[in-house]
Design a binder for this molecule. Structure first.
Ligand code: SF4
Length: 427
């Protein structure tokens, strides 16, 4: 599965208002971290006039088997999973973190992994009840869960919907038996099709993850995979180029991959096919029918806030004069012990002013519609002049388009996104 490969403004995203402005009760309450953050009024501190929308990410760190291309925090399940112990740790984690998000509403929830569909129906129900009890969930909250075809069972699946999950993201990767095998996936092409049928029967909102540029894949095979996916009319499709990540089996034993020209042809085919089928290409790898953009991911890409709980989960949380990042212990056992001991956070730091422009660009320039100059100010607490130099340089190189309302990558900028993002380093 693909958690944070980390979409424009969909109809639903437009409804996201701004929780926790500096004038609101969040700050009036002296116990709130936002209020205590006022103590950080050192010169050079940020000036956030409003806090961004807040999302919740919950990580489930186990899979049936580790895929050879995967660099996510996923661990092969050996024997029975300590499901209840893990859910208890997640609850403790959330309870201990609550003071950091005092009074803020949650607009989206994402249960990712790993393979969260390994959770029992009862376990998921317990998890979502816990979230509803401890957090103010927006009435219209998008609640997404990742699922793998190999762990699919219609009954369990229906119960996920009954527990409150309203969006499913299925790690199909391919409908081709040979390519699924080459990717080390535990599901076959029949299970992939059955999974999508069950998803479509139970969820009106779902995403399919597909990969291309797979070992020995031809353009025609990539076209067939896409045609099969589109035949189910998924509201959202994420199309990822297979990449060789360090510390994976594929990095050590690289398979034969299509060359750069062949994968560029696949990319062109995907763009043309998706446009012809009415899908908007709103982020590097994400395509959606109108009104179906992934609100959770969109919040990442718009440099919104997220609280990540569970093993190895990351958080980004804003306060009026600083923005912090946190990472939880990665190994499930260490995480559970640390949560019991009262500190599941392994690392926490404040984003330095000098890194803010790059961090913002790293996310927002993934969006085909880019960002407005106002958004930069709202999310970073800094003036747009802080990134004037790289903006001018990128514009001069044809990587960026800008006017008074919008700053977005050009087609060339999207193609050389790494180069474009790197230009913001140190701003
Ligand atoms: S199913 Fe495979 S790709 Fe997805 S998280 Fe597990 S190991 Fe990684």
């Amino acid at each position: 599965m693909i958690p944070i490969k980390l979409v424009g403004i969909g109809a639903k995203a437009d409804k996201i208002d701004k929780p926790g402005t500096v004038a609101d009760p969040t700050l009036a309450d002296p116990r709130s971290p936002a209020a205590s953050a006022l103590q950080y009024l050192q010169p050079g501190g940020l000036q956030l006039t409003a806090l961004p929308p807040l999302s919740l990410y919950i990580h489930f760190p186990w899979c049936v088997r580790k895929c050879p291309y995967c660099d996510f925090n996923s661990h092969e399940a050996k024997g029975e999973l300590p499901e209840q112990a893990y859910l208890d740790a997640v609850r403790l984690d959330l309870e201990q973190t609550l003071p950091l998000i005092w009074g803020r509403k949650i607009y989206t929830v994402f249960i990712g992994g790993g393979t969260p569909s390994l959770l029992s129906a009862r376990g998921l129900d317990q998890l979502l009840s816990m979230v509803r009890t401890l957090l103010p969930l927006d009435i219209d909250a998008e609640i997404t869960m990742e699922a793998n075809p190999g762990t699919f069972e219609a009954e369990k699946f229906k119960s996920y919907r009954a527990s409150g999950v309203n969006r499913l993201s299925i790690g199909i990767q391919s409908f081709n038996a040979g390519h699924l095998q080459a990717l080390g996936r535990i599901h076959d092409d029949g299970e992939a099709r059955r999974a999508v049928e069950i998803a479509a029967a139970n969820f009106d909102n779902f995403n399919l993850d597909l990969m291309y540029a797979l070992p020995t894949q031809t353009l025609e095979q990539a076209r067939q995979d896409l045609a099969t996916a589109l035949s189910y009319r998924p509201p959202h499709l994420s199309l990822y180029h297979l990449t060789m990540e360090p510390n994976t089996v594929f990095a050590k034993y690289p398979p034969v991959l299509p060359d750069d020209d062949a994968s560029a042809d696949m990319q062109d085919m995907i763009a043309a096919t998706m446009a012809a089928h009415g899908y908007g290409h709103y982020e590097v790898s994400a395509f959606a029918q109108p009104g179906r953009r992934a609100r959770h991911n969109l919040n990442y890409w718009e440099f919104g806030d997220y609280l990540g709980i569970g093993a190895g989960a990351h958080s980004k949380l804003s306060f009026p004069h600083r923005i912090i990042r946190q990472a939880r212990f990665k190994q499930p056992e260490s995480y559970m012990r640390a949560a019991q001991a009262g500190n599941p956070v392994q690392e926490e730091f404040e984003i330095a002013r000098a890194d803010m422009g790059f961090e913002f660009a790293l996310n927002t320039l993934r969006l085909t519609e880019g960002f407005s100059p106002n958004l930069f100010g709202e999310r970073t607490g800094m003036g747009i002049n802080a990134i004037e130099a790289p903006l001018n340089a990128a514009e001069a190189r044809g990587l960026l388009y800008r006017d008074h309302k919008i700053i977005r990558p050009t087609e060339l900028g999207l193609r050389f996104l790494n180069d474009l993002q790197q230009m913001f380093l140190g701003t």
